[in-house]
Write a protein that binds this ligand. Structure first.
Ligand SMILES: Cc1ncc(COP(=O)(O)O)c(C=O)c1O
Length: 352
């Protein structure tokens, strides 16, 4: 099918660019010793996860138990929930899922470790644990090496849990637009993690994995990085927020929109905030990146005398790829001017 025949608004992925972004990430990681465990939240689409695994990713990261289940049901074998799962019913489901795949989860408190052991014991399952260390984002995680040590020891004393290492995500740096500051602060995080690792190893706690980093900070990791895994997600698609950061990947994700109304000085399209998220900044139209876009529920407008007519198609670059994908049921895969496949966003809305 020709792209021009696709009904809009539709979420489209330029496959050539997607593949070149995957190749660029492989080149960045080559020889660093770091593996890629891309974040599922960016596409919520098992078909894309399988492409990432085929391109060399060691497994997937996700944020939610429901996403982990969708990944496991699609045949992904190594899954990290980079988050805390504390609801008792979810802990029971997590233990049951851990029988179907290699499942890791983050922890930052002792009661949660106890819960996980109890549930895993009932299921005779093995749950892999990363202790989350707070490295600047002010989200989850413990603050001190002593607290990490206490949790690591507790995990190691549990027959159905395995201590794998550390989760350390400095999300506060991902979109830092000042590159020098991003680099400098990334080094501070590296040093804190290096000290933490030495401290734990000094107490005979083996640290096999240190997992984290983002599209915005992966370039800051050197060959001798303390990180063993990269959890970047947006590198596949890019968006206006990461464009502002200057992350070295290209736009592959667009909301295809149609011009539905025209008058002197104004162009109106059929893609509003129900088709593209605005949580980070406004989106932009490709070719008109510097023209502000005004959004309402079902419409977006650009103001100026542009050479556009009713029926013309425009590619809108989302401000935030991850939350935009979550507004759509389908991703249309495109090569050149042809739609070559349509894949479901299986985990859309699966935020349990
Ligand atoms: C735990 C975790 N890891 C990694 C990422 C990085 O994702 P991205 O590369 O899309 O910024 C995120 C983003 O929210 C995250 O929450």
């Amino acid at each position: 099918m020709k792209l021009e025949n696709l009904e809009t608004p539709a979420l489209i992925v330029d496959l050539d660019v997607l593949e070149s972004n995957m190749a660029a990430m492989s080149r960045l990681l080559e020889g660093t010793g770091m593996g890629l465990r891309p974040h599922y939240k960016s596409h919520r689409c098992p078909a894309i996860a399988h492409r990432q695994i085929a391109a060399g990713a060691k497994g997937m990261t996700c944020a939610k138990l429901a996403e982990a289940k969708d990944l496991a049901l699609s045949g992904i074998e190594d899954i990290l929930i980079a988050n805390q799962v504390t609801d008792p019913a979810k802990v029971a489901r997590l233990a049951s899922l851990a029988k179907c795949c290699r499942l890791s989860v983050c922890v930052d408190n002792g009661e949660n470790v106890r819960q996980l052991q109890e549930a895993a014991g009932v299921q005779n399952a093995m749950i892999h644990c990363l202790v989350e260390y707070e490295v600047g984002m002010n989200r989850c995680g413990v603050d001190t090496p002593q607290a990490v040590l206490a949790l690591a020891r507790q995990i190691m004393s549990c027959p159905n849990l395995r201590f794998d290492g550390i989760q350390a995500y400095a999300g506060n740096l991902a979109h830092e637009e000042d590159e020098a500051k991003r680099r400098e602060q990334s080094d501070v995080v590296e040093n804190r993690l290096r000290e933490l690792k030495a401290y734990l190893e000094g107490h005979e706690i083996p640290v096999r994995e240190i997992s984290g980093t983002s599209t915005g900070t992966v370039e800051m990791r050197r060959k001798d990085s303390v990180y063993t895994e990269v959890q970047a997600g947006s590198y596949l698609f890019m968006d206006m927020a990461y464009r502002a950061v200057g992350a070295g990947f290209s736009h592959s994700l667009f909301v295809l929109a149609s011009v539905i109304s025209r008058r002197p000085g104004a162009v109106i399209t059929d893609a509003g905030v129900k088709s593209v998220s605005v949580d980070q900044r406004p989106p932009a139209f490709q070719g008109y990146e510097d023209v502000p876009v005004e959004m309402s529920e079902e419409h977006s407008a650009i103001y100026g005398d542009f050479p556009l007519a009713v029926g013309d198609k425009l590619r809108m670059i989302p401000s935030h790829c991850c939350t935009t994908v979550n507004l759509h049921n389908w991703l249309y895969l495109v090569r050149g001017d042809k739609v070559v496949d349509r894949v479901p966003v299986v985990s859309r809305g699966r935020s349990l």
